[in-house]
Design a protein around this ligand. Structure first.
Ligand code: AMP
Ligand code: MG
Length: 504
């Protein structure tokens, strides 16, 4: 690990330091220097802390008072440093929209280092913090609009129990940034145990030495159970296959969770796939309102490659690219194929178990597959609201009308409901108990695009109260709260559709 002798931007303002030097490090920088470049973030000017997330802060043992200090603002706007640690930008490659894109990398992200907290080490990364050697044609900035979206989505997914990178802080400024129009710059400070992507492995697909170093790093820190062979003579091909199998399982379970909350990532390029199985890089994502199986949330995705119903297969395709990058370690192709094989079984198991819970069944039976297919067909045909269709299902025992109101063709909905009720008679739980269990897995509030849009517009005026309100709501999206009825509803027909694209 490299420690800077002195840092020109070390917090100079008085007060206790945010972190003890003994709690910080930068494990990634233990890798050979070909993996990264030491590069300083470019601090935002006139920055203000639009929001800080106390849950994420707690993971770093930062209390509410610490979040109000100038040192915290400095850290999250690119001016501060973890004590003694030089920030780095990392290099990776990837397939974008199915095509090999060559070298990419942290073009506007800086890894400040990692901090040890009560639950382990967390990498602290700034996104939108200026140019790096990997910026290519980009300006290194992120706009407030996309930063608010990333900040809120991280909380929404965490609240839903979906593995995700976490957002620690959102810093805004008046620095102008040119996109389709002129916007302003912002920085999201994010946390994850690791930001290593499939793309990091793809980058070293032809370099056995570096690939071995990356494998060793990832296995040492996050996948110790995958290690094969004695410590002094690791069996890297076998270890790589075990790692691939574990990443395959995690990714398959993640896809099941995305599908079950109606989340569309929007840009499932291999460089946006986390090796830890986290949801990573929130850009033109969307939580569906009206269900459409082939819904495409990203307006830049003209061919619909990343449609909702394509996501599991895309994840599998991406895992295959990861597998190919491991060939350089001497892995045999059939062994890599065997490591990829559990995807479908793992996905279906998690998906069926999750769907059973959402339907209020004690277990999933093979004959439920027809009912599940009919469910999606019904929602798709009538463009019923994804979130409310599940949520209101818990009440059909007492009063089916609110659920039926979600469907234009109530007759078709009633037909499905008859089959569903027949299935429930096999299930011994009392109705109240079933409803309570269903309400714990079917959220009432999701981050609908129009809600994020309201928060973006207010933040653009310097008002982060809407972000604060949504953060509290999304932290526990299952509990009904008085006064939040509108937040549970799909957008009214006269609300303009929010078009999201790769522009960020
Ligand atoms: P994304 O589509 O956001 O996953 O980004 C793909 C690649 O483009 C990554 O290497 C990013 O770091 C880089 N990138 C995206 N936006 C910018 C920007 N404004 N400036 C520099 N690099 C960027
Ligand atoms: Mg990305």
């Amino acid at each position: 690990m490299h420690r800077a002798d002195s840092s020109p931007h070390a917090p100079a303002v008085g007060g206790a330091p945010l972190f003890a030097p003994s709690a910080v490090g930068c494990a990634f920088a233990d890798l050979p220097t070909s993996f990264y470049t030491r590069v300083a973030p470019r601090p935002l000017t006139d920055s203000w802390l639009a929001h800080a997330n106390p849950d994420a802060a707690g993971l770093l043992e930062l209390d509410a008072a610490a979040l109000r200090t100038p040192e915290f603002l400095a850290l999250c706007s690119g001016a501060g440093r973890l004590p003694g640690i030089d920030p780095v930008a990392t290099v990776y490659s990837g397939h974008q929209f199915g095509v090999w894109a060559g070298q990419l990398g942290d073009g506007r992200a800086h890894l400040l280092g990692d901090v040890r907290g009560p639950q382990g080490r967390w990498e602290v990364q700034l996104k939108g913090s200026g140019r790096t050697p990997y910026s290519r044609m980009g300006d290194g900035w992120a706009v407030l609009r996309s930063s608010v979206r990333e900040y809120l989505a991280s909380q929404a997914m965490a609240g839903l129990g979906v593995p995700t990178t976490l957002a620690l802080a959102l810093t805004a400024s008046s620095d102008p940034v040119i996109r389709e129009t002129q916007e302003t710059a912002a920085v999201v400070t994010r946390l994850a145990p690791s930001f290593v992507r499939f793309g990091h492995f793809e980058h070293w697909a032809r370099s056995a030495t570096e690939q071995a170093a990356l494998l060793d790093h990832v296995v040492e820190h996050w996948f110790q159970d995958c290690r094969e062979g004695p410590a002094d003579r690791p069996d890297r091909p076998a270890t790589a296959c075990r790692l691939l199998e574990e990443v395959t399982r995690r990714t398959a379970r993640l896809m099941a969770q995305w599908q079950l909350v109606g989340f569309c990532h929007g840009v499932m390029n291999t460089d946006n796939m986390s090796i830890l199985g986290l949801t990573l890089d929130y850009g033109p994502y969307g939580f569906m309102d009206a269900f459409q199986a082939n819904h495409v949330c990203n307006h830049s995705d003209t061919l619909g490659r990343y449609a909702w119903n394509a996501q599991p297969a895309v994840a599998q395709w991406n895992l295959t690219r990861l597998a190919e990058s491991l060939l350089v370690l001497g892995c045999a192709a059939p062994d890599l194929e065997a490591a990829l094989a559990p995807f479908e079984r793992t996905f279906l198991q998690a998906y069926h178990a999750g769907l059973a819970q959402k339907f209020g069944f004690a277990d999933w039976r093979p004959q439920d597959a027809d009912l599940g297919d009919a469910w999606w067909a019904l929602l798709h045909a009538q463009r019923a609201d994804f979130t409310l269709a599940f949520r209101r299902l818990a009440d059909v025992g007492a009063d089916a009308q609110p659920w039926l109101d979600l469907f234009a063709d109530a007759g078709a909905a009633r037909q499905w409901l008859d089959r569903y009720r027949a299935r429930l008679t096999d299930d011994p739980r009392p109705q109240a108990q079933r409803k309570a269990a269903m309400d714990r897995v079917n959220p009432l509030y999701v981050l609908r695009n129009h809600l994020a849009q309201q928060a973006i517009e207010a933040a653009g005026q310097g008002d982060s109260s809407e972000i604060d309100r949504l953060m509290a709501l999304l932290r526990d999206p299952y509990a009904w709260r008085p006064g939040h009825e509108a937040d549970a509803r799909p957008p009214a027909p006269d609300v303009p559709v929010v078009a999201v694209s790769c522009s960020s």
